[in-house]
Design a protein around this ligand. Sequence first.
Ligand code: ADP
Ligand code: MG
Ligand code: MG
Length: 251
Amino acid sequence: TALLEIKDLRAEISGKQILNGYDLVVNAGEIHAIMGPNGSGKSTLSYVLSGRPGYEITGGQALLNGADLSEMTVDERAAAGLFLAFQYPLEVPGVPTMTFLRAALNSQRKKRGEEELSSPELLKRIREAAKVLGMDPEMLRRAVNVGFSGGEKKRAETLQMMLLEPKLCILDETDSGLDIDALKVVASGVNQMRSKDRGMIVITHYQRLLDYITPDVVHVQSAGRIVRTGGKELALELEATGYAQYQSEAA
Ligand code: ADP
Ligand code: MG
Ligand code: MG
């Protein structure tokens, strides 16, 4: 079975159909980039997969390791190994980042019937990940994302992704608005996590992030479905030609 198999998926928000017969297969070990014009439904795809309220599947299927995502709660999806990184990370005043990370990790382990991690083991893993990301572990005493710079938010989120060891990571325009250093942080986390057991979907409007993360497959999304698939050279072609031809194809 594929890690992720999306078959003729249709979905709507507020009665408006956004995904129109979406097909995508991601196997473990692969990094896929999804590129496309604004408004083509890229974020909608990630929201539908993560189970965000208000996004309704009206046809087709999305299977994670063969299990129908539409039959799983948000927590069950996370425990099954789905992780979403967003463009705008949430701020959680009053909750130290370390406490948040521990709770997130242990709640997932519990759902999978695994033991809680001991504090020394958790600390060890956090220190290792922080090192890869060039992050000061002292930052983890501060409340989740409160007063963090754009780069610090990305480091914290990437650290969370590394700790949770998801099976499928989806990064939705997590690069937008980042300076080159923060971009490299996201990329180093992703590259570190590249594994034969894991798949990743990198959603981006711009080619820039793909200078640092080399995708195996590149897709163009337009008007709620994939309209073209190619290798990493497709990203370079898009950078040169823009999305105009895909907008007219879709219309
Ligand atoms: P992208 O991420 O590719 O820019 P989105 O998934 O954010 O695209 O949006 C796809 C379409 O869905 C857009 O036309 C947008 O206006 C519409 N849309 C997004 N959220 C809502 C909503 N809550 N209600 C109605 N339409 C929405
Ligand atoms: Mg957008
Ligand atoms: Mg978007």
